[in-house]
Design a protein around this ligand. Structure first.
Ligand SMILES: *Cc1c(COP(=O)(O)O)cnc(C)c1O
Length: 424
């Protein structure tokens, strides 16, 4: 096995053999040779239908030709200017068209960077230090939000990272998802001290957990009543659930919005956007400092623009949301028939089988932590043997892309049918 050998080597030179924690699993992760459309191919000659999709950005699947051509053309003209260029305006206009709550944007390079800047901006705008995040919510890997964080932190049972000074998280308060009473109580208790509530509209890093009916509009109302900013982290949901993200899908708005992943068309990006009166506080027009060498680079901006153009033209969200619906309803039947203790979660093009205790519906972080991770990893390996690549963690979301065909979906449903009861 070439992958096994490479992992041994990689582990010598990189912690855990990987560049980001969730990529590691036992006995060893496959190493990728190439990827195209809905497929990813490993160095040992195996082909998989990919539902991991680099954890979210690849809404068009791997190696989309139009995006590739647009980027190739841009490369001819250079790939990093360190000056303003016109496409930054074009992408900003596109974003603003689809997200009425956004009037201005600041481009950064990752979602982590965007939430870091967004939290700083909220604190600067409100002149208050405290923020509220949702338990299990993931907003990247920086100090202020690495408390009870989802994604790799949950997968590897590191809810609170070492190396973070206590005083950098003492202003990060937490509540459970889908619990408006707890949020109201917390904001009232800390009245006048909280700058913002930051929330993923659909939790995406403890598995997909959709908001319950009315939850998001309640949060909007509660934050307004308590004079607190609402930061919607749409790094996963943006341009996926709908062109206008969860804000359009659920009919809410935000004071600040974080975009990432899809908006760079598979190249590194993050976007902080929001109301003009808040955004104008960002340097150089305002006193909240933020800067970056690679920010607004023409490659990421070009790939993002082309991707959004395709999303619009092909009505991609509708197509992939329908496939998601098909997948979830089939999986619900399979779980029920198999007698396995579990439930199926998700919305739009996101789905997941949770091995939840007693087969309960997973509503929040606490419920997610009650799921059987070992059973999930059994399923993961069985599916891999069947040629299906799911994310290697109970707590990561499966994504469907525009490159996935009806046949891909049917084949994957059959694989779930074969593997779910036998492996668990
Ligand atoms: C992935 C993710 C981030 C972090 O984005 P990076 O580009 O990995 O830094 C932030 N928020 C959410 C909701 C995410 O899913």
């Amino acid at each position: 096995m070439k992958s096994e050998k490479l992992f041994e080597l990689a582990s010598r030179y990189m912690p855990g053999g990987v560049s980001s924690p969730v990529r590691a699993y036992t006995p060893y992760p496959f190493f990728t040779m190439r990827a195209k459309g809905s497929r990813i191919y490993d160095v040992d000659g195996r082909e998989y239908i990919d539902y991991c999709l680099a954890y979210g950005p690849l809404v068009l699947g791997h190696g989309n030709e139009e995006v590739k051509n647009a980027v190739s053309e841009q490369l001819e003209k250079g790939w990093l200017y360190g000056t303003p260029h016109e496409r930054e305006i074009e992408l900003a206009k596109k974003i603003i068209t689809h997200y009425p709550s956004i009037e201005m944007v600041r481009y950064v390079n990752t979602g982590s960077e965007a939430t870091m800047a967004g939290i700083r901006l909220a604190r600067g705008f409100k002149e208050r230090d405290k923020i509220v995040k949702i338990e299990g919510g993931f907003h990247g890997a920086h100090d202020a939000v690495l408390v009870k964080a989802g994604s790799g932190a949950t997968t590897f049972c590191i809810p609170d990272s070492k190396g973070i000074p206590k005083n950098s998280v003492q202003n990060t308060l937490q509540v459970l998802f889908n619990d408006t009473a707890a949020l109201t109580a917390l904001l009232e208790k800390n009245s006048g001290e909280v700058a913002a509530v930051i929330v993923e509209p659909v939790m995406g890093n403890v598995g997909p957990i959709p908001p319950e009916e009315g939850y998001l509009s309640d949060i909007r109302k509660i934050t307004r009543e308590n004079d607190v900013l609402l930061i919607l982290d749409e790094v996963i949901t943006g341009f996926r659930l709908a062109l206008g993200g969860a804000q359009d899908f659920y009919g809410i708005d935000a004071d600040l919005t974080i975009l990432g992943k899809i908006v760079g068309g598979g190249f590194p990006i993050g976007v902080l956007g929001g109301k003009r009166e808040i955004m104008e506080l960002v340097a150089p027009s305002g006193a909240v400092y933020q800067a970056g060498t690679f920010s607004g680079n023409p490659v990421s901006i070009t790939a993002g623009l082309k991707t959004i153009e395709i999303l619009e033209r092909e009505r991609v969200p509708q197509r992939i949301n329908n496939l998601g619906e098909r997948m979830r309803s089939a999986l619900r039947e399979i779980v029920q028939d198999s007698g396995v203790e579990g439930s199926v979660s998700g919305v739009g093009s996101m789905f997941k089988v949770f091995f939840s205790a007693g087969g309960i519906t997973v509503r929040n972080y606490a419920d997610a932590l009650g799921c059987d991770k070992n059973k999930y990893m059994n399923l993961f390996h069985a599916m891999l043997s069947s040629g299906i690549f799911l994310p290697p963690s109970q707590f990561e979301t499966n994504f469907i892309s525009f490159a996935h065909t009806d046949e891909d979906i049917e084949r994957s449903i059959e694989a779930y049918k074969d593997n779910l009861s036998s492996c668990c």
